[in-house]
Design a protein around this ligand. Structure first.
Ligand SMILES: Nc1ncnc2c1ncn2[C@@H]1O[C@H](COP(=O)(O)OP(=O)(O)OP(=O)(O)O)[C@@H](O)[C@H]1O
Length: 240
């Protein structure tokens, strides 16, 4: 179980405050979505939590566990696949685990089956469709049996059917006990999947709570504007 405690996190490249004193305690189960307008700092927050970026202040703690003891995976919006087969791509993630050959093969088959790619295991990864490539990226993330899975807009460029397939994989992973942090602009997806939501604006959390409550009745005007899709020129156009 991974509880994430973020305290006064600051990321300030060249002095520009991108993340500006962000604090939150994120519960150890279910799916937590991070939403907010472009440039709010969602991806940076995910990277700071994962340790891909170093903060300029504050901390991210996983309860009382050392960060390196928390098995975790990160899936990006565009899957970075290497040359080789579907199976070889997924197998890369297993290398640090030093499993026996048989155990690794069993795990790979089980995970490729879960994401619906076992029948494509020997095909070239780069020949997969966008949705299949993202399922492979998820297989590579899930094959290590992560305790924490960080997903940065995993369905941003996918059609509804491919999105539904990815959402089902995410749902099953969460049911199996993986804690999931999901950055998404797809509020339907957030409503379908998330238990709780963090709303970011200009590097700060402006709301954190139950997903349904935040999506249906956001408290702050900024969250309301984002969720209702108010664009800056809406009121200007109305005034003309
Ligand atoms: N590694 C980095 N170093 C310095 N600045 C960065 C880095 N990554 C992102 N930024 C800057 O931080 C700001 C927030 O970026 P971020 O990608 O976190 O936004 P976001 O909320 O995920 O936006 P979007 O919804 O458009 O993906 C941007 O101005 C971006 O240019």
């Amino acid at each position: 179980m991974v509880r994430i405690i973020i305290e006064d996190l600051v990321f300030r490249p060249q002095g520009r405050p991108v993340i500006d004193g962000l604090s939150a305690t994120i519960g150890s189960d279910g799916i937590t979505a991070i939403i907010g307008p472009n440039g709010a700092g969602k991806s940076v927050t995910l990277r700071l939590i994962d340790g891909l970026l170093r903060p300029d202040g504050g901390s991210v703690k996983f309860g009382d566990r050392a960060p390196e003891a928390v098995r975790r995976s990160f899936v990006f919006q565009s899957p970075a696949l290497v040359r080789g087969s579907v199976r070889q791509n997924a197998a890369l993630a297993l290398m640090p685990l030093r499993l026996s050959r048989q155990e690794a093969a069993e795990r790979l088959d089980a995970t490729l089956y879960e994401v619906g790619l076992l029948h494509r295991a020997d095909d070239a990864a780069r020949k997969l469709s966008g949705g299949e490539q993202q399922r492979l990226a998820l297989a590579r993330a899930l094959v290590i049996h992560p305790e924490l899975l960080l997903l940065d807009e995993p369905t941003a460029s996918l059609d509804p059917a491919a999105t539904a397939a990815i959402e089902e994989i995410i749902r099953v992973a969460a049911q199996d006990g993986t804690k999931i942090l999901l950055v998404s602009h797809n509020l339907g997806q957030v409503a379908r999947l998330a238990r709780d939501v963090l709303v970011l604006s200009r590097g700060k959390i402006i709301e954190h709570g139950n997903a349904e409550a935040i999506i249906t009745t956001p408290r702050t005007s900024e969250a309301r504007a984002y969720i209702r899709g108010e664009l800056p020129w809406t009121s200007f156009a109305a005034a003309c």
